[in-house]
Design a binder for this molecule. Structure first.
Ligand code: NAP
Length: 307
């Protein structure tokens, strides 16, 4: 029986691991399908305290992993299918090939990129439809691409894509960016980025080989449609929390985020804690996720001491 199982290896998970490992709880981490979490798909992180010159997202996550392992955290590559609390008061963590037992569980599974839900979407992923400029941007040199969204992610993606693409259209449903001022100003000053205001994408259009050829733009003002030629669409319209496997052990809000007890990381189930983007729809920052990971570790430690 494990004292602590941490599900997820993003900022929240690794911070929880560092704290529980230093408390001699020898945490077992289950990595999920994206070890390192969302920061592994980003470029430079400029706002994580302690790195005045910035740090690359994947490097930051490798540092966190090293730090957690140094204190005795164990990491297994496994996706959790379900979680059960037994009548004996411990948890069964069910993965594809085994069931693990734990006295406490910290859920730090983060969130996955949201898509528009248009026809043919699934087939197009990897053929001109993606949500990761860092992963796929370099494949689209000297061709036009577009980014959908108006938040920090969309701006960051658009800015990064100007290294490769001939033109980057930033398609936003309003005429004002949601992004922070510094990001918005940077993007609007970039001559390679062309904002397409008051527009959504209503269809993806493919060529004979099934690759992205263009999108249909629909005006949010008068509904008028027109075609825009792009070789790749980068979708940056927010995220969906990875909370679906938890059943009724947790309460979820209307968007699927885990509801924590006020000011805590505890959930409605004793011994089950939630940290980071799976529970936080408000801040959604690497540093706030790390802070919640720390809080969850301290709460798990106190729970174990009291039982
Ligand atoms: P976000 O701030 O929620 O922005 C999502 C954007 O997508 C919004 O502009 C939204 O439009 C648009 N959108 C949502 N649903 C849409 C739909 N169905 N069709 C068309 N457009 C749609 O998400 P995010 O940009 O991923 O950022 C999430 C959090 O991470 C934020 O707190 C952000 O500050 C943070 N972040 C920080 C950094 C950084 O500091 N380096 C980088 C990335 C992200 P509306 O504006 O009209 O709602």
């Amino acid at each position: 029986m494990e004292d602590v199982i941490i599900i997820g290896t993003g900022c929240a998970g690794y911070t929880a691991a560092i704290y529980t490992a230093r408390a001699n709880l020898s945490p077992l981490m289950l990595s999920g399908t994206q070890p390192g979490g969302q920061l592994t798909t980003t470029t430079e992180v400029e706002n994580f305290p302690g790195f005045p010159e910035g740090i690359m997202g994947p490097q930051l996550m490798m540092n966190m992993q090293q730090q957690a392992e140094k204190f005795g955290a164990r990491i297994e590559f496994a996706k959790v299918d379900s979680l059960v609390k037994t009548s004996a008061g411990h948890f069964e963590v069910v993965t594809a090939d085994k069931t693990l037992e734990a006295r406490t569980v910290i859920v730090a599974t983060g969130a996955a990129p949201r898509h528009l839900g248009l026809p043919g979407e699934e087939k197009l992923i990897g053929h001109g439809l993606t949500s990761c400029a860092t992963c796929d941007g370099a494949f689209y040199r000297d061709v036009p691409v577009c980014v959908i969204g108006g938040g920090d992610s969309a701006c960051e993606e658009a800015d990064f894509l100007t290294r490769f693409a001939s033109r980057v259209y930033l398609i936003h449903r309003r005429e004002e960016l949601r992004a922070s001022k510094i990001m918005a100003d940077r993007v609007l000053a970039n001559p390679k980025i062309e904002p397409v205001w008051n527009s959504t994408v209503s269809a993806y259009l493919t060529d004979d080989a099934g690759e992205m050829r263009a999108v249909t733009l629909q005006s949010t003002v008068d509904g008028a449609e027109k075609e825009l030629e792009v070789k790749c669409v980068f979708v940056a319209i927010g995220h969906v929390p990875n909370s679906g496997f938890l059943g009724d052990l947790v309460d979820l809000d209307e968007n699927g985020y885990i509801i924590q007890q006020p000011g805590r990381t505890a959930t409605k189930t004793a011994g089950l804690f939630a940290a980071g983007d799976v529970a936080d729809h408000y801040y959604r920052q690497a540093i706030t996720a790390a802070g919640q990971g720390c809080a969850a570790a301290l709460e798990a430690e106190r729970y174990l001491a009291g039982h």
